[in-house]
Design a protein. Structure first.
Length: 309
């Protein structure tokens, strides 16, 4: 099977910085309280899904040395579209000047990894270049008077261009998409409403599904946790990441995090963390990289890839 490899990566975040100290001016909270419970120091707010998604996509295309006209498909993962319809992907397609299929998917915070899985299938079926965008503007659905949720969320986007891997041992090694709908009520947002969350139960279930999904893709690829060079987890809560890494038996130092400065950006969180890890030199050519996320639904997805073309 032809494997898809990431050839370009780009990100974007909201223009305005909202610090914990800013929130403490209107909420019964403090910087210390927020950091101890989440690991977040600040979050970025502002911008539409179209604006942020197109910005990230342009960077990814430039890095991949690919023109928009060469794209065969655009997949946009978002749970906070600018409109009920048309899809954000359609708007991004027009903004970029592409001429290909385009659609949105909603798997909440797992959506970007869902998108990678679908892109892998299309590359295997014969497509040459697929753009996957993960973008969410959760600040529009945040109750800024609710201490339990206002401290968590931010706005951002990440995009990758995928193409057939050149090396036989590069690209996607295994993927997994899952859902446990019985937990759907733990994290919800109704039309015209704000985000509601059972934080304690989300924490408990999130760690469990992240670990099981990670173990599954490792087993499918015939690899063990010791083979993993870097983990790019969904950036929801630092304690969730720490607990999942401990249960997987992978040193926490291998986990890429940007949660401290971005907050939870849903579909954008994994590509934002990936971009940061790559730019810092924490991901090397040939490394086995584990991507894993969970989200409302409860959705879960994992992808294992060997970095590089």
């Amino acid at each position: 099977m032809t494997r898809a490899a990431i050839t370009g990566l780009g990100t974007a975040v909201g223009r305005r910085v909202v610090t914990n100290h800013d929130l403490a001016e209107t909420l019964d909270t403090s910087d210390q309280w927020i950091v101890e419970r989440t690991g977040i120091h600040q979050r970025r707010v502002g911008g539409s899904c179209l604006e942020l998604g197109a910005q990230a996509a342009r960077v990814a295309l430039k890095q991949a040395e690919t023109g928009a006209a060469d794209l065969d498909l655009i997949i946009c993962s978002t749970c906070t579209p600018d409109q009920v319809f048309p899809a954000v992907a359609n708007r991004i397609q027009d903004e970029l000047g592409a001429a290909c299929g385009a659609f949105d998917l909603n798997a909440a915070c797992s959506g970007f990894t869902y998108g990678l899985t679908l892109a892998q299938a299309q590359i295997a079926a014969g497509m040459e270049r697929v753009l996957v965008v993960g973008v969410d503007t959760l600040s529009r659905f945040t109750d800024w008077d609710d201490r339990s949720t206002a401290i968590l969320f931010g706005d951002g986007a990440g995009a990758v261009v995928l193409a057939p891997a050149i090396g036989a041992d590069r690209g996607m090694l295994s993927t997994y998409m899952g859902s446990e709908g019985r937990f759907a009520d733990l994290l919800t947002c109704d039309f015209g409403g704000c985000i509601k969350m059972d934080g304690k139960e989300v924490f408990r279930q999130a760690v469990r599904v992240m670990v099981s999904a990670s173990q599954r893709v490792l087993a499918d690829a015939g690899l063990s946790p010791s083979d993993v060079g870097a983990v790019i987890p969904h950036q929801a809560n630092m304690r969730i990441i720490e607990s999942a890494m401990k249960r997987l038996g992978i040193p926490f130092e291998k986990a890429a995090t940007v949660l401290e400065t971005t907050g939870n950006t849903s579909s954008a969180s994994i590509p934002l963390a990936m971009d940061n890890a790559v730019s810092k030199g924490a991901v090397h050519d040939g490394d086995v990289v584990l991507l894993v996320g969970f989200g409302a639904g409860m959705s879960v997805a994992a992808a294992l890839l060997r970095w590089g073309q």
